[in-house]
Design a protein around this ligand. Structure first.
Ligand SMILES: Cc1ncc(COP(=O)(O)O)c(C=O)c1O
Length: 397
């Protein structure tokens, strides 16, 4: 966390994690690469063991100044105190889960959670003897309380939900989790830049830095941020014991991404709102799943807790529109790439209905659905691309 609490967020985003005076006046930190560390003497070498949790040179796996510069910036963005960078966004999910569960424990996961996180619980935690209960992401405080067991150690949140965009009442749910002695984890990837997890009761904030922080669709990276030393010891200790490591080159690219993330995200949010609003007026669309839109599901929670939105949202087609028609539209799009992931500078479209696993809710959206990521292209060109895609869809009737 920066010592500079006097400056506003965007200023801190520009200054946090810089090289300072370390590297002969250049603005940015260098890329440090290395496995072996050399010590001036044995006394220094022997200190290593007790300092593994600190940002101090020890051995390559403990990170180096390139990692730490990024970790400091992410802690700053998330409003936490300490951050651990890991190899992917998925590792940022699995490392803290492993840090806080043991055999016999119970975990509460939203039904709308990012698919591979669900797979991890079902295929890996279950083998460890850790039980998972999936819950309706729109559950209220009393509902979540009722699902707690004596052995519940983790309350996991992701808001809004992957693909279906349910907003969770994070402060209300986190308050129950805290009262029941659970660790409250949030996948805050959608909320980066616009949601402060630690002000809303979260203990552990998960980020797929792969998305808006990297911002250029060329690096996979994750982070786990915490606000207490006890949580830090758990997360850092687990990451080290698992041999988690991120390439310094990738960290450096993420640091570069951070500097422009604010302006990219503000621009992409404006474009996404314009595109979403335009789509809402189209006769083929039943509903737009974008909490930032007035009148959309979850808008009230979004307005209460968020300062803005990222540019990822969903659309639900009228019930008479078939999957084949939706695929025909996706095929026809020229500017929206057909692909997963999000947060880069490019627009993406991904049909989603029928591919989602749900066990606690029906997952029924009322029609075929598509997830859209709005990039940095001109917003009128994006609308024109969607319009011609919809025309192809309509011609398929
Ligand atoms: C909400 C969310 N969390 C985590 C991840 C995992 O990120 P990564 O692709 O870096 O493993 C993703 C990836 O799409 C995601 O959408």
């Amino acid at each position: 966390m920066s010592e500079d609490e006097t400056h506003r967020y965007m200023t801190r985003l520009s200054h946090a994690g810089r090289a300072g005076t370390n590297i002969r006046g250049f603005v940015n930190p260098a890329v440090h690469r290395g496995s072996t560390m050399l010590y001036p003497n044995m006394a220094e070498r022997m200190k290593g063991g007790s300092e593994r949790l600190e940002q101090k040179p020890h051995y390559g796996t403990g990170g180096n100044p390139t990692h730490w510069a990024l970790e400091n910036v992410i802690a700053e963005i998330e409003g936490g105190t300490r951050c651990q960078v890991v190899s992917t966004g998925l590792a940022a999910v699995t490392v803290p889960l492993l840090a806080y569960v043991k055999s016999g424990d119970h975990v509460l996961m939203p039904d709308s959670v990012y698919g591979p996180a669900r797979s991890f619980c079902d295929s890996f935690l279950s083998k460890m003897g850790v039980a998972t209960t999936y819950y309706d992401p729109c559950i209220d405080a009393a509902g979540i309380e009722a699902l707690f067991r004596a052995e519940t150690t983790v309350l996991y949140l992701e808001s809004p939900g992957s693909h279906s965009f349910e907003m969770q009442d994070v402060p209300a749910l986190a308050a129950v989790g805290r009262r029941r002695g659970a660790t409250v984890m949030l996948d805050n990837t959608w909320g980066i830049h616009h949601f402060q997890p630690f002000r809303h009761g979260v203990h552990v904030s998960i980020q797929a830095l792969t998305k808006y922080v990297v911002g250029h669709s060329d690096v996979l990276l994750g982070s786990v941020t915490v606000a207490s030393e006890a949580d830090w010891e758990r997360v850092r200790g687990t990451s080290l014991v698992l041999g988690q490591y991120a390439s310094p080159d990738d960290c450096w690219l993420a640091l570069r991404g951070v500097r422009t993330m604010g302006v990219r995200m503000e621009h992409q949010m404006r474009s996404a709102i314009a595109v979403a609003d335009w789509l809402r007026g189209r006769p083929e669309i039943r509903e737009v799943l974008y909490p930032a839109l007035p009148g959309a599901r979850g808008h009230e929670i979004w307005r209460r807790d968020f300062t803005g939105a990222c540019s990822l949202f969903g659309i639900v087609f009228r019930p008479d529109i078939s999957r084949e028609q939706v695929f025909a539209m996706a095929e026809a799009l020229q500017l929206f790439g057909k692909g997963a992931s999000w947060g880069g500078y490019e627009s993406l479209a991904l049909p989603s209905a029928g591919f989602l696993t749900r066990t606690a809710t029906s997952g029924e959206l009322g029609g075929q659905a598509m997830r859209l990521h709005v990039g940095l292209e001109d917003v009128e060109d994006l609308k024109a691309d969607l319009a011609q895609g919809l025309a192809v869809m309509n011609a398929r009737r």
